[in-house]
Design a protein around this ligand. Structure first.
Ligand code: NAP
Ligand code: MG
Length: 465
């Protein structure tokens, strides 16, 4: 695609107020592939005004018509799927088949699910002598990360639009081209002017201006815990609704009765996919001491097979961060069984698939989110020990449990302090709520629970009912 020089505000591409630009780099070969404007507070202000102006009419639009626009949006994403996949690959570096299957496939499912929910959700119910209405919260400020560039946008914008909210989006600086493509798709889908607005820019400038703007009623943020904490504090001071999807350090717990080879194989694939840049990745594998050595061997073989088939990480800074964690793992005494800090080639921000064994629960690599293709394998003594280790971080976003049968795995899953658990490799459900316990966040995305984040209730009491 050709990058836009302006911001998508009030239904048109308008020149940016400032003159700063962001260069978009392909992390696989370090070439500049385009540039977009770096928005400032004035751009954000214009976008919020457009969103406010569009709010009354969109909020009053019948849900069936909002559903029709979301169906049209889903159809445009389908029609332009190749172009979107190529754009994600160009600016994120993920291998093209993964971009096609996941980076484009999942948002199409999610957009479709919200088209359906908008049409079928009961926005009004009777409770005794009251009518309880669910009304849109208002103008949404959405701030998204680069790791799943389109999914993170659709997971906020689709439910917001379904609810009758209007939106200003500030996407990640590393992946603005996918966001511009999304804005084109919204336009093509016939969504009225001002209902969706895009301001590209830097987090501490455009992102902060959006989070602080008085005209924003709800801030929905996905990204690091450090920035999320700041955004939560700002929203709290303004008594503003906030949704935070933050980091994770999820556990993949393999119980002794499980199919070990399958559990390890799927576990390694989960961590290596998207080069480890997945907030819900199962970056800690927990194995019973009697199966530990075998699991480490299986994981090492599985990871080595990935070799150069995984893409780069998103930028040079992320590569340095990840390499720093690998060094830290070695210096704290974990055993490096595959991978390491050496980049495999001269160009591109590649990190080798890396596996650590003999990782203790208190080591940095077992506690902090690495966001790279790095797996830590930990040993547990018994079930209580496994629960303690699994729950022993500040995070609680996702996880997995493997056992001989689903009932045993599910019983263990109930003891985990986390928002989502895959049972024996259960498959992704785009309508299941996703979000964190503890410091992994506030609120839920996807499905009816994701829609509820964008609604507030009003109750009307009648004499008789
Ligand atoms: P980040 O800084 O939290 O970025 C997320 C979004 O917030 C981006 O759009 C970013 O803009 C924006 N932002 C940054 N500072 C802001 C501020 N002061 N006010 C408002 N918005 C702000 O995350 P990152 O730097 O891209 O990645 C750092 C680490 O965060 C990763 O290594 C990983 O551990 C974690 N992370 C987690 C997720 C997740 O899904 N949970 C996703 C991405 C990253 P810019 O793009 O300009 O920075
Ligand atoms: Mg950042």
């Amino acid at each position: 695609m050709k990058a836009h020089e302006g911001m998508y505000i009030g239904g048109a591409w308008r020149p940016a107020v400032g003159s700063d630009i962001i260069e978009v780099v392909n992390p696989a070969d370090e070439q500049v592939i385009g540039q977009v404007p770096a928005g400032i507070a004035d751009d954000v202000d214009a976008a919020v005004r457009a969103a406010r102006a569009a709010l009354p009419a969109w909020a009053a639009t019948p849900p069936a018509e909002r559903a029709a626009r979301l169906t049209a949006l889903r159809d445009v994403l389908v029609a332009r799927k190749d172009e979107i996949a190529e754009t994600v690959t160009a600016e994120l570096g993920s291998p093209l088949p993964f971009s096609q299957g996941v980076h484009v496939g999942v948002p199409i499912l999610v957009a479709g699910s919200y088209a359906e929910l908008a049409a079928t959700h009961a926005f009004e119910e009777k409770v005794g002598n009251s009518v309880v209405r669910q009304e849109p919260v208002g103008v949404v400020g959405a701030i998204t990360p680069w790791n799943y560039p389109l999914h993170q946008i659709v997971a906020k914008v689709a439910p917001a639009l379904a609810a009758g909210c209007t939106v200003v989006l500030k996407p990640a600086e590393d992946t603005p081209l996918t966001a511009q493509l999304f804005a084109e798709a919204v336009h093509e889908a016939g969504v009225p002017a001002g209902v969706f607005n895009l301001v590209t820019g830097l987090g501490p400038v455009a992102g902060q201006a959006l989070a602080e703007h008085e005209g924003v009623d709800l801030v929905s943020f996905t990204g690091s815990t450090a920035v999320g904490r700041k955004i939560g504090a700002t929203a709290g001071a303004a008594i503003k609704k906030v949704a935070l999807e933050l980091g994770g350090k999820s556990a993949n717990v393999i119980l002794p009765s499980a199919d070990l080879a399958k559990a390890v194989g799927v576990g390694v694939a989960n961590v290596m996919s998207n080069s480890g840049q997945t907030c819900s990745a199962w970056t800690r594998m927990l194995v019973h001491r009697e199966q530990y050595d075998e699991a480490v061997e299986l994981a090492a073989a599985a990871a080595a097979k990935y070799g150069d088939r995984i893409g780069p990480v998103v930028n040079a800074k992320q590569r340095e961060r990840v390499q720093g964690y690998i060094d830290k793992g070695v210096s704290e005494g974990a055993r490096l069984v595959v991978g390491g800090t050496e980049g495999p080639g001269e160009r591109g921000y590649f990190v080798q698939p890396t596996v650590f064994a003999d990782v203790n629960p208190e080591m940095t690599i077992a506690q902090e989110e690495i966001f790279g293709p790095v797996l830590s394998i930990l040993r547990y003594e018994d079930e209580d020990d496994a629960v303690r280790i699994a729950n022993g971080t500040v995070y609680g976003l996702a996880g997995a449990v493997w056992a001989g049968d689903d009932a045993e795995a599910a019983a263990f899953a109930l003891r985990l302090e986390t928002g989502q658990v895959d049972i024996n490799g259960g498959r992704f459900n785009p309508r299941a709520p996703f979000g964190g316990y503890k410091q992994s966040g506030v609120g839920r995305e996807l499905g009816a629970h994701g829609l509820a984040e964008y609604l507030q209730t009003k109750s009307l009491q009648f004499q008789e009912r």
